[in-house]
Design a protein around this ligand. Structure first.
Ligand code: ZN
Ligand code: ZN
Ligand code: ZN
Ligand code: ZN
Ligand code: ZN
Ligand code: ZN
Length: 296
């Protein structure tokens, strides 16, 4: 049964949150936990300040009129006893020296119970949700390091393309999205080229791609890897030259043949020119004879 209403968002100075049970006994429903105190209470103190109902150190200490019984405000109320605030008891409780309940997580704070609430709000060992929404609950003093170095939602820069992506997707970005990541040539030449340039590399510079010999037009059907072309040209130089010579002779024959045809055509042209000149002479003579006749 609750010693105080669970609807309250604040109990004295100490906020109700998931760590409430670290400050109060009975799962957060009773007085202060005795193990928060730095020094053991004297028997007299314990007699006066420990609540008989919850065995915690009285919270909002009250005292009953009839029996002068002391205890937590709500513990006494639940017991059905008429009680009034007990100022002296409250002051004694507030003055007790205590430590932070998160000392087991490394908080070294110590002070008086009256100041525990104020410290509680600022305690760096309290856990909060990550500010980058990764849903992890982290001690406040570790959030900065988490956000900078470990949070899966932190922004990281791709070392290859410079794009900024979330850390949790960087490996997928590198494996499947980034076009600048160095990629080994699939033909096995040993070169690494940016992913976007792989096909251009294969087409224009990869030494492990077979290409036809530059003397293909004159009959060398050999196809060698681009890297071996120089060697092939040196090795097969005599064959290439022989083929070149044969091709040259073929071309020379064709050239001579063409020249002969041109000369023949030139001759025909001269003959035709002469024939035309003769015909013009005859025509002019006839037309001048006809005009002489007309004048006579
Ligand atoms: Zn109590
Ligand atoms: Zn603390
Ligand atoms: Zn995070
Ligand atoms: Zn990238
Ligand atoms: Zn290659
Ligand atoms: Zn060749």
């Amino acid at each position: 049964m609750a010693c105080y209403s669970t609807e309250d968002s604040e109990i004295g100075d100490i906020r109700v949150d998931e760590l409430e049970s670290l400050v109060f006994v009975a799962g957060g429903r009773g007085g202060y936990r005795p193990d928060l105190l730095l020094a053991k209470m004297t028997n007299v103190e314990a007699e006066m300040l420990v609540c008989n109902c919850c065995n915690g150190i009285t919270w909002e200490a009250c005292i009953t009129d009839e029996l002068h019984k002391t205890g937590c405000r709500d513990c006494l109320k639940i017991s059905g006893l008429n009680a009034r605030p007990w100022e002296k008891g409250r002051k004694l409780v507030e003055g007790l020296a205590c430590k932070c309940p998160l000392d087991m997580r490394g908080c070294a704070w110590t002070g008086h119970l009256r100041d525990l609430g104020g410290h509680w709000d600022e305690c760096f060992k309290r856990r909060k949700e990550c500010t980058l929404n990764c849903k992890q609950i982290i001690a406040q003093d570790c959030i900065a390091a988490h956000v900078q170095r470990y949070c899966p939602n932190r922004a990281v820069t791709c070392q290859y393309c410079g794009k900024i992506v979330q850390a949790r997707i960087i490996s997928n970005h590198e494996a499947n999205v980034c076009m600048e990541i160095p990629t080994p040539c699939p033909k096995g030449c040993g070169y690494q080229v940016p992913k976007k340039s792989v096909s251009a590399h294969i087409q224009t510079e990869c030494n492990c791609v077979g290409i036809p010999c530059v003397f293909r037009e004159i009959g060398c059907d050999v196809s060698v890897n681009r890297g071996d072309m120089q060697e092939h040209l040196l090795e097969d130089c005599p064959q290439h030259l022989t083929q070149l010579m044969l091709e040259f002779k073929k071309m020379t024959g064709k050239y001579e043949e063409a020249m002969r045809r041109i000369e023949g055509l030139e001759r025909e042209k001269t003959i035709m020119k002469k024939q035309m000149a003769d015909r013009r002479g005859i025509y002019e003579k006839i037309t001048s004879d006809e005009s002489d006749d007309a004048m006579n």
